[in-house]
Design a protein around this ligand. Structure first.
Ligand SMILES: [Zn+2]
Length: 197
């Protein structure tokens, strides 16, 4: 089953996963070409039938600004921190009913902290409330890991599953070791999700 479609830059650099509907729109508009498709399960609309794309390639090279690539979303932040509070070490599955995972700013925004990868960590709501507008040391709290900026590709796949065909393009561009790291991340995220469902 294809979860999404892998979008490659015209240089074949894997960019991101896009929903099937968006991938089809790009192809129909001539902005992308289908590289790999599931031809046995075409997508039909009133007017046309298209092979179901699993990998597309943009027809024109797009420059993706670094700041956009590295934007911190909670989905990626929680995946980076393995769905674990970086203060008390409890995972999402260990939280009480009214608790949730949140984004904590190590140096609070009110004190000049930013949303950069190196200043945000996953925190359970209880720890976040306790820390409030303090630095960790002021609140007597300690980070389990120093927050770092992850590789963009790790993030893109931390929360999604790849098909073998899609994985081939990651290996082509980044090498087998990156693919193995992605698979390790992916398995962790997947186990988490299925446990949580
Ligand atoms: Zn906590």
């Amino acid at each position: 089953m294809i979860v999404g479609c892998l979008a490659l830059n015209s240089s074949f650099e894997p960019l991101t996963m896009v929903p099937l509907r968006r991938a089809l729109r790009l192809v129909i508009d001539g902005k992308a070409e289908i590289v790999e498709a599931d031809r046995e399960r075409p997508v039909r609309s009133a007017r046309l039938a298209l092979p179901r794309p699993s990998v597309i390639r943009l027809t024109r090279f797009i420059h993706v600004p670094r700041r956009f690539r590295r934007q911190v979303t909670n989905t990626f932040l929680f995946a980076r921190d393995r769905y674990t509070c970086q203060y008390c070490g409890r995972s999402a599955t260990q939280l009480r009913p009214r608790e949730s995972l949140t984004r904590d700013h190590v140096v609070p925004l009110s004190r000049g902290g930013t949303n950069a990868w190196t200043n945000v960590v996953t925190s359970c709501s209880a720890c976040n409330t306790r820390k409030a507008h303090h630095l960790p040391e002021e609140a007597g709290m300690h980070l389990l890991h120093v927050p770092v900026e992850p590789h963009f590709v790790h993030l893109s796949w931390a929360v999604r599953r790849l098909t073998p065909t899609q994985a081939k393009y990651i290996r082509l561009f980044y090498g087998a070791s990156v693919l193995h790291q992605l698979e390790a991340l992916e398995n962790r995220a997947y186990v988490h999700k299925s446990r949580y469902a």
